[in-house]
Design a protein around this ligand. Structure first.
Ligand code: ADP
Ligand code: MG
Length: 282
């Protein structure tokens, strides 16, 4: 079994990590990729804000990480498949979880979880916590990721965040070549040029889309967006995907890919079935 792409989305608090992760997951799903999204933020658990309908009975990533052993079946039991987008499943903390709810876990456990996740989905997207010191899973995801999407916002808080954190992630265990730096949620009146110059290395600008802001506020991020601004946003996401090229293989390997995608195409169904079983549905 080959490892599937692992993409870590990381950045300053409120920079748009969760919004970007979900919209990227949807864009990947429309390209027929099965996407497992790990929502690592334990400070503000986000699953209930993304999929409020199914979230009341979903199981916590914190509980999964503190199980005595970890298997693929465990991941499938804990993942929440999305009714509206069956190619996407979420794994994250539950509403009400806090730092003391579950036993702490170590680095090896985080590696195990990410390794198992990469065998289950076509793409694993990790919505990292900004605060790496409190979250081994995000830290390990940044170390192992094939691609890191680094989100910055046009404000002083984001600059201060990076001034503190960039020295930490300049350690050699975090590969630098795989980072895509993005200025996120940029409003028309904001001076993206100046911030790009100050930050350096910004490759993409993701615009502010009022409809996205409304979706985030109303726990409707899984809805589609429409209109001119949304079209620009969507084009930018397509560009980001070309930079990441998750799962793209040379054409000579096409037959292998066919066989593999055949078995993987069963995963969302499997997730659905297991999830129904967990909920006790017939
Ligand atoms: N591209 C965007 N357009 C409009 N609003 C956005 C966009 N990206 C993020 N936001 C807004 O910023 C807020 C924070 O985004 P979120 O993804 O929750 O940040 P993070 O996960 O980094 O803390 C959202 O609630 C939403 O209002
Ligand atoms: Mg978030």
């Amino acid at each position: 079994m080959s490892n599937k792409p692992l993409i870590a989305v990381w950045g300053s608090p409120n920079s748009g990590k969760t919004v970007t992760t979900i919209k990227l997951a949807q864009a990947l799903a429309t390209k027929k990729k099965n996407v497992l999204v790990l929502c690592c933020d334990a400070l503000c658990p986000s699953v209930s804000t993304i999929a409020p309908q199914g979230a009341s009975d979903h199981r916590s990533l914190g509980e999964l990480l503190s199980l005595p052993t970890l298997t693929q079946e465990d991941l499938l039991r804990y993942a929440l498949p999305l009714d509206v987008s069956p190619r996407i499943a979420l794994l994250g903390y539950k509403k009400g979880d806090n730092a003391f709810t579950y036993a702490s876990y170590n680095r090896e456990r985080a590696v195990d979880l990410l390794t198992l996740a990469r065998h289950l989905a076509d793409v694993v997207l990790v919505d990292c916590s900004s605060f790496l010191s409190a979250d081994p899973l995000s830290t390990v995801a940044l170390e192992l990721a094939d691609h890191v999407i680094r989100l910055h916002s046009c404000d002083l808080k984001s600059l201060m965040f990076y001034a503190s954190y960039l020295p930490l992630v300049s350690d050699t265990r975090f590969r630098r070549s795989n980072v895509l730096s993005i200025l996120s949620n940029v409003k028309p009146e904001q001076d993206s040029r100046e911030y790009s110059q100050v930050l350096g290395g910004i490759e993409v600008i993701l615009p502010h889309v009022p409809q996205l802001e409304q979706q985030a506020a109303a726990a409707q991020l899984l809805n589609d967006c429409s209109g001119k601004e949304a079209a620009t946003y969507s084009k930018t996401l397509q560009f980001i995907m070309t930079q990441l090229s998750p799962g793209e293989k040379p054409s000579s390997a096409s037959s292998q890919i066919k066989n593999h995608s055949h078995s993987l195409s069963r995963i969302p169904l499997l997730l659905q079935q297991l999830w129904k079983k967990c909920r006790g549905d017939k």
